[in-house]
Design a protein around this ligand. Sequence first.
Ligand code: FAD
Length: 420
Amino acid sequence: MTKNKKVIVVGAGIGGLTTALYLHRAGYNVQIYESVKTIKELGVGINLLPHSVRILWDLGLQEALDQSAIRTKELVYYNKFGQLIWQEARGIDAGYHWPQYSLHRGRLQGILLNEVKQVIGEDCVHTGMHLSHVEQHNKKVQASFIDRSNEQQLEVVECDFLIGADGIHSAMRKQLYPQNDKPIYGGRILWRGMTKAKPFLSGRTMIMAGNIDEKFVAYPITAPDHSGYCDINWIAELSVTEAPDRNEWNRLANIADFAHTFQDWTFDWLDVPSLISGAEYVYEFPLVDKEPLPKWSFNRVTLLGDAAHPMYPIGSNGASQAILDAEALYVSLIENQSIEEALLDYEQQRIHKTASIVRSNRQHGPEIVMQMVHERAPQGFERLEDVITYAELEEISNRYKQIAGFHKEKLNQVGMKVSQ
Ligand SMILES: Cc1cc2nc3c(=O)[nH]c(=O)nc-3n(C[C@H](O)[C@H](O)[C@H](O)COP(=O)(O)OP(=O)(O)OC[C@H]3O[C@@H](n4cnc5c(N)ncnc54)[C@H](O)[C@@H]3O)c2cc1C
């Protein structure tokens, strides 16, 4: 395939920036167009699973990630009374060749952006350019950009192919699928915050407690500072029948809307009420996804990341799957003769796998075990083995890893054993 063709990546999020690095490696002239005028390090915590860490290390980001992230040691599920249900090692502690990282989502975006500017060049990122629509003629793509703040037309840019990595509200997806593109509300609201607090349990533990109607998740995303405090990311999640008329990551929320549900959740391993009350900001985010699509690639245009497969943030998979898409696209472009064939091949590599995760997350992914224990023992239990067997717990955990593509033995066989 002729190299030095021009590709536009729409969206400088985690998926778009990782894709840009790979397409540059493949020899393309990569230009990134981002809607916001200034890329700020927004969001709260995010997790990267070993399969996506393998890819980021391959891009040379191990040191930057180790400086900004926690290498997650274990994942532990409890019921709402703080009784232990399941505990499993994660990342390198579980025998993977790569760690699981927990870190600030904006920091991750910052690391990728910095790498893009260093490797590809400062001027490849065009901010304040919101994609409005795309046309394809004679093996060329014309992308029109507007200023989102006033809807003013800015530029029409021509390229050889275009990747729509413009997130859950993707304009590219909306143009390809004008009908039924609305996010589907999953009946729950997530309140997300970050609190400076002393580390809990191992200091590198991710916990989840409760059931599908009332759940609390917490994990550290920084190492302790000189006074022993770290940033702990947390999510309080409640069932709320009425669908809120919004789905943004940056909508500030009021603690009073949800804190009362968790007022008695004081365990000897974590004080949930003080974690909630100690947060400087809390963001509200309704649980939404979209129906899996039958097709992502249309001649010289394709979708990637949340634009292609928005999913519930269950199983810590959203960012990782966008990163996996980026690598798959790179491999398809190298292995196929034409861009059209490569984009179709990429779609085939990824569309069914990600649809399975979207569907599995609708059934609560691996967290279903918390609900099973709740239904079988709503007032708690004396002995866990009277409620659920170890074999059941293990089977559910392993099945999800298989679906999400991070089954340990298979992943380690990928062979790229990198230094730890
Ligand atoms: C501001 C923000 C905060 C987030 N915070 C969290 C969090 O705290 N925890 C978590 O788990 N997940 C968070 N997410 C979602 C998470 O980043 C994604 O689920 C995941 O990383 C997949 O990445 P993506 O690149 O596909 O999408 P995103 O990371 O959402 O990136 C999409 C990018 O496209 C840009 N864009 C959108 N429309 C257009 C357009 N028409 N033209 C040009 N550019 C466009 C957006 O501004 C954004 O930079 C957040 C997303 C955003 C945008």
